[in-house]
Design a protein around this ligand. Structure first.
Ligand code: CA
Length: 227
């Protein structure tokens, strides 16, 4: 079955071009011209992924993203933000909002399609791995749940994938590049800081168990092995 992409974008030309290209690539496209309409379609249309414009009239993209990530029915849907040059990338890709990726305007339609495929592929690969744990940390990819001790964690999709990758390699150092590749499917300059932001946020959510994620200076991060 064709995977459904929800496009939330007020600029009609961009929205229609995206929908046209996506359909040509074998996707199904849902279109929303405002944040409010987008939220509604995210709930009712069950998209596999959402393209979300940052600058929207009325409810802006940041608010829409926050709402999507807070609601249980939409929290697991990956989001790719459409941003203009110069907008604060760190803020968008996760530290505060939990979007999975972003594309800077003006973008090529081909680039957007590649990003969508990368994000969806990551999601699929992770569905096949079972429960992983180390010490007090447990993660179940199939149920999409993670726990620190008895407490269930409320993680964004990126944080979830980051923790999953660290746990799958417990006791080993993971470089920022490896983490980038595992969580986002590719890496390029400027993203390293984004890994640090996600780790910081993840540690905070783990509470006292946050110290299980060690910083390996000059390289990356490691989750302490069970021992
Ligand atoms: Ca716009």
């Amino acid at each position: 079955m064709a995977e459904r992409v929800l496009i939330i974008e007020d600029e009609e030309d961009i929205r229609e071009n995206l929908a046209f290209s996506l359909k040509r690539e074998g996707f199904e496209a849902l279109e929303a011209a405002s944040g409010e309409q987008g939220l509604e379609l995210a709930r009712s249309g069950k998209p596999a992924i959402i393209l979300l414009d940052l600058m929207l009239p009325g409810m802006d993209g940041l608010s829409v993203c926050r709402h999507l990530k807070q609601a249980a029915s939409t929290a697991a849907i990956p989001i790719i933000m459409l941003t203009a040059k110069g907008e604060e990338i760190d803020k968008i890709v996760g530290f505060e909002l939990g979007a999975d990726d972003y594309v800077v305007k003006p973008f090529s339609l081909r680039e957007v399609v590649l990003r969508i495929r990368a994000v969806l592929r990551r999601g699929r690969e992770e569905t096949y791995t079972s429960e992983v744990n180390s010490g007090a940390l447990t993660l179940d990819a199939v149920r999409h749940q993670a726990w620190a001790g008895d407490r269930e964690l409320d993680l964004t999709l990126s944080e979830f994938k980051l923790l999953q990758n660290l746990l799958q390699h417990a006791g080993q150092v993971r470089s920022r590049e490896q983490l980038l590749d595992a969580v986002w499917g590719y890496s390029f300059e400027g993203y390293a800081r984004s890994v640090d932001s996600h780790i910081k946020r993840l540690r905070a959510k783990l509470g006292p168990h946050g110290e299980l994620i060690e910083t390996v200076r000059g390289i990356g991060y490691r989750v302490k092995s069970k021992s």
